[in-house]
Design a protein around this ligand. Structure first.
Ligand SMILES: Cc1cc2nc3c(=O)[nH]c(=O)nc-3n(C[C@H](O)[C@H](O)[C@H](O)COP(=O)(O)OP(=O)(O)OC[C@H]3O[C@@H](n4cnc5c(N)ncnc54)[C@H](O)[C@@H]3O)c2cc1C
Length: 351
C-alpha cells in the first residue's frame, strides 16, 4: 500500500517495509518510483519494566520496542525472564513488530491472549502530514480485547519535533465486540476498525515507529499434544476440535494455551512422519499446548468422536518456563481464570 500524500517533499508514493512476510503484499511497491521506507534501523528493544498502567490496579510486566525489531527478539527477551510475549506468528523469526501491528498479527498463543492489538499498551506513529500520533489504551483488561464491554484509547498528537503537543488529547471509545467477528475471530476485511489508527491498516495511515506491549506469565508446565487427522472428510475434524476444546474448557486444572493447525500441503512440505501405527500421512495435524500448574500425566482425550481417526499423543512434557516464573504469582494449585490467564476463546483459530 502506498501513501498518496507522502510526508516528505518527495514527488513519489511512499511504502513501508517490515520483514516482508505479509501475505497481502502490502509492503510491495506498486509503482516504479515508489520510495520504500526501511524500518530495520528502528531496532531498539528496551528492558522489561513493571509498569503501572492507567486504570489497572497492579503493575504489569511490559516491554517497549521499536518497529523494526524482529518479533522473535521480543519473544526471547520475555522468555529469558520467565515471561511470555503473546505476539508469536509462525513467521516471528523474520517479521517485525511494525508489521505485526500494521497487520494485527496473531500466533499460537492468540487462543489465550488474542492478537497483537489485544496486547498493546501504546504505540507511536508518524502520520502522512509528518506529525506524531501516540495512541494509548486505557483501562487495559490484560486479556482478550473483545471481552471488554468498552475499550478506551487516548490519541495525543505532537508536532514534527515529537514533543510539542497539538491540541487536546482525544478519547476514542469503542465497544470491545467491534474488534472480533462472531465465529471468525480477527476480521481481516475490517481495515477501518472503528477508526483506530495504525492497527490492521497495512501502513496506509502512517508509519509505526515504536510500541509498548504487556507480557504474560504462563503456568509452570506445558504439554504439546499432537492430534493427527486421517480420512477424507475433513469437515468432520471441526467438531472433533470443538469437542476437544470444550473438554479442556470444562477442566479447572488446565488451560488451552496454543493451537496451531498444519494443513495437508504443510504436512507434505515439512515431510511430516506420522506418530500413528499407519503408513500414510495424516491429512491434518493439530498441535495444542496445554498448560497447568501440576505436572500430571495427560488424561486421555476424546477419541474417534467424529468418524475420523484421531490420534493424540503428548510430544513434550517439560516446564515451559523456569520454575520461579509461576503463574500470575500463584503457586501450587491449578491455573485459575484471571485477567492474566484468561479463558480461552470459543474460536479455534490462531490468527
Ligand atoms: C511462513 C509465514 C507464516 C506466517 N504466520 C503468521 C501467523 O502465524 N500469524 C499471522 O498473523 N501472520 C502470519 N504470517 C503473515 C505475516 O508474517 C504477518 O502478517 C506479519 O505481521 C508481517 O510482518 P512484516 O514485518 O513481515 O510486515 P511486512 O510484510 O513487511 O508488511 C506488512 C504490512 O505492514 C506494513 N508495515 C510494515 N511495517 C510497518 C510500520 N513500521 N508502520 C506501518 N506499516 C508497516 C507494510 O506496509 C505492509 O502493508 C505469516 C507469513 C509467513 C510467510
Amino acid at each position: 500500500m502506498t501513501w498518496s500524500r507522502p510526508a516528505s517533499n518527495l514527488d513519489s508514493p511512499l511504502s513501508r517495509g517490515g520483514g516482508g512476510t505479509g501475505y497481502t503484499g502490502g509492503a510491495v511497491p506498486l509503482y516504479q518510483d515508489t520510495a520504500v521506507i526501511n524500518t530495520e534501523k528502528l531496532d531498539a528493544l528496551g528492558a522489561i519494566v513493571q509498569r503501572k498502567l492507567e486504570g489497572v490496579a497492579e503493575a504489569v510486566p511490559t516491554v517497549r520496542t521499536e518497529a523494526g525489531v524482529i518479533t522473535l527478539q521480543v519473544t526471547k527477551l520475555a522468555e529469558s525472564q520467565g515471561l511470555v510475549s503473546p505476539v508469536d506468528p509462525t513467521s516471528q523469526d523474520a517479521c517485525t513488530i511494525g508489521g505485526n501491528i500494521a497487520m494485527n498479527a496473531g500466533g499460537k498463543k492468540a487462543v489465550l491472549w488474542g492478537t497483537t492489538l489485544d496486547n498493546l499498551v501504546s504505540w507511536r506513529m508518524v502520520t502522512p502530514d509528518a506529525e506524531w500520533l501516540e495512541v494509548e489504551r486505557l483501562n487495559h483488561n490484560l486479556g482478550k480485547i473483545h471481552e471488554q464491554p468498552e475499550v478506551t484509547f487516548r490519541l495525543t498528537r505532537y508536532a514534527a519535533d515529537g514533543r510539542t503537543r497539538r491540541g487536546e488529547p482525544q478519547l476514542l471509545r469503542i465497544p470491545g465486540q467491534v474488534f472480533r467477528k462472531l465465529g471468525l475471530g480477527k476480521d481481516v476485511t475490517d481495515k477501518f476498525l472503528a477508526g483506530l489508527p495504525g492497527i490492521q491498516k497495512e501502513g496506509c495511515d502512517g508509519l509505526i515507529t515504536s510500541a509498548v506491549f504487556v507480557l504474560h506469565r504462563m503456568p509452570k508446565h506445558t504439554r504439546t499434544v499432537c492430534l493427527e487427522f486421517f480420512g477424507y472428510d475433513l469437515s468432520k475434524a471441526v467438531p472433533a476440535i470443538v469437542e476437544t476444546k470444550n473438554y479442556l474448557d470444562g477442566r479447572r486444572d488446565v488451560l488451552l494455551a496454543g493451537l496451531e493447525h498444519l494443513d495437508e500441503r504443510y504436512v507434505r512440505a515439512v515431510n511430516y512422519s506420522t506418530k500413528a501405527a499407519r503408513r500414510e500421512r495424516p491429512k491434518m495435524v493439530l498441535l495444542a499446548d496445554i498448560v497447568g500448574e501440576m505436572n500430571r500425566p495427560w488424561p486421555r482425550p476424546p477419541r474417534r468422536s467424529c468418524g475420523l481417526r484421531m490420534r493424540a499423543m503428548p510430544r513434550v512434557s517439560s516446564p515451559s518456563v523456569p520454575r520461579h516464573a509461576g503463574a500470575s504469582g500463584r503457586t501450587g494449585r491449578a491455573p485459575q481464570r484471571s485477567p492474566r490467564t484468561p479463558t480461552p476463546s470459543r474460536s479455534t483459530k490462531t490468527w
